[in-house]
Ligand binder design. Sequence first.
Ligand code: SF4
Length: 74
Amino acid sequence: MSMSWTIAVDGKACLGSGMCAGARPDVFALDGAHARVLADPVEPDEGLLDVADSCPAAAIVVTGADGTELAPRD
Ligand code: SF4
């Protein structure tokens, strides 16, 4: 069973700040006004939880292998 995480960006919520792509260009790219995900699924990576927490729109959702929402964290 894969332990990979799933990364999703809500394009409607995304403000296009580009913060995620700046922090992790291996996983996110700014595509016009919205970010898109380049790498999904990904190996578990604590740094991606920090990026999701830092998104000003809370538009990045990280889901664990068991379906648990890992980030954004409250
Ligand atoms: S950090 Fe959030 S609001 Fe900014 S580009 Fe990425 S997904 Fe969009």
